[in-house]
Design a binder for this molecule. Sequence first.
Ligand code: 9MR
Length: 364
Amino acid sequence: MRLRRRTLAGLAGVAAFHRPALAQAPGLRDLARIRGMTFGTAVRSEIMERDPALVALTAREAAIVVGEWEGKWDVLQPERGRFDFEPLRAVIRHAQAANQRIRGHTLLWHVAMPPWLAPALAEGPAQARAVLETHITTVLAETRAAIRDWDVVNEVIAVPPGSDNPDPTDGDLRPTPWLQALGPGYIETALRIARQADPTLRLTLNEFDLYADTRGANTKRQRLLRVVRGLLDRNCPLDAIGIQGHLQMRDPFRPEIFTAFVRSLHELGLAVLITEMDVREPDQLAPTLEARDAAVAEYATRFLQAAIDGGARTFLTWGLTDRDSWLVTDPGVARRDGQTHRGHPYDAELRPKALRAALARLFS
Ligand code: 9MR
């Protein structure tokens, strides 16, 4: 009975998705591939399990996916020494069924830490290193066949003073339990452990707030370049920089600044990926949905074109639709005026918006 209901829901969902215009048009994954680019999205396994329409949409549009929560510490190692790979395996299953590549996110972050972790890190540097090594080697042994690119470290660059994010500091590295436990060498330690555990894995450092023409973003770009140059000078393995791309339309954007930044990363011999793009609309909204969607598409297009001009070739959005996004559920970023941000290529009913058309144009 349960199976039958799911099947019917699935057919309805697939039918709704296969509207004639879109059904005939090539998916973003195919358009991007023709240009030598890769388009993809974050997915959430629990939604994929219950929403065949989203599964079909994701299969059609994305060449690469990343689990939005399934690869984080609190999920993978909820208790010390007990690993749970089931949610991540669900991401992998869906991706493999759709012939998609998979990114891993993330082997080290100061958020989504299980409750036991901070006390364990505080046991001293030797214990902290052992905990990190056990996690990375166990996870990479499990995902080796399926995931060839991991965000080894996430959001390690310090947030400049004056920013609206917590913990502003003058150092280059963000103060976290990892920094506290292991000192400034912890990024290098994590990267070296990952390289040793899986020598051909692409090792990525993933970071946010790097795009805008603001004092904060400018400081952060400089900090990131300093940290990355330091790692490379010490022959630390590092292959790619992930620029998250959580765009905020209230922030001024100058393409030439961002293009130059992406170029300078390429000049260091690193790949550059846009890993988590979505768009927050400004406080003052345009009067119609159409005008709002056009403005979102225009802002994102300027960002993406600047990334392309700097040599970036891989682009992931943080979800395909407005429906289940953290832009709706996270109280820190959700709108307070009763509206929801329309910052994804598809709306909450899985209808394509101007941003989807803009992506297709960028990839054509
Ligand atoms: O979108 C993610 C949200 O569903 C999770 O609750 C949260 C904590 O795990 O992480 C969000 O994703 C973040 C990503 O992992 C790193 N960059 C910022 C993203 C948005 O907060």
